[in-house]
Design a protein around this ligand. Structure first.
Ligand code: 5GP
Ligand code: ZN
Length: 139
């Protein structure tokens, strides 16, 4: 896709700091890192989001993310790594080419903002109702 920045990176038309690649997947450093070592894992074939991506590419991304996470652990000795993936403008997806963020927290770096939220008990009836609606949509 000509207008897609990540497709341009895959084709070598835009630069990136490559971390890993195989025939389906490319992993490279995020240029606006939330934390040191912030890495993106993408399919080489354009797909916008979780709804669109080929199952084979989805599997390849998660297998590659395990390799990259091992490498991040070896290189940076983080106390944890967040794996995050956004779908759709409503979820603040900014680049409309599927990407999995791997965001390590190293040493005394600040808490990763994406991992901190208040745990408030929900309305159990509403939770059950919604779970049933999602399960019914799967049937
Ligand atoms: P999103 O909100 O879509 O999940 O995040 C998109 C991510 O892509 C952001 O973290 C942003 O910093 C990163 N990004 C956007 N453009 C480029 C680019 O040209 N090169 C690299 N390496 N990362 C990019
Ligand atoms: Zn693309």
């Amino acid at each position: 896709m000509e207008s897609c920045i990540f497709c341009r990176i895959v084709k070598g038309e835009s630069p990136c700091f490559k971390v890993y690649e195989n025939e389906r997947v490319l992993a490279f450093a995020d240029i606006n890192p939330i934390a040191e070592g912030h890495t993106l894992v993408i399919p080489k074939s354009h797909a916008e989001n979780l709804w669109d991506i080929l199952p084979e590419d989805l599997a390849a991304i998660h297998l590659a993310s395990q390799k990259v996470a091992h490498a991040i652990r070896t290189a940076l000795k983080p106390s944890g790594i967040a794996a995050l993936q956004l779908n759709g403008r409503g979820a603040n997806q900014m680049v409309m080419h599927y990407h999995l963020h791997l965001v390590p927290r190293v040493g005394q770096a600040p808490e990763l903002p994406i991992t901190v939220w208040d745990l408030k008990p929900g309305d159990m009836q509403a939770i059950e109702r919604t779970a049933r609606r999602i399960a019914a949509a799967l049937a």
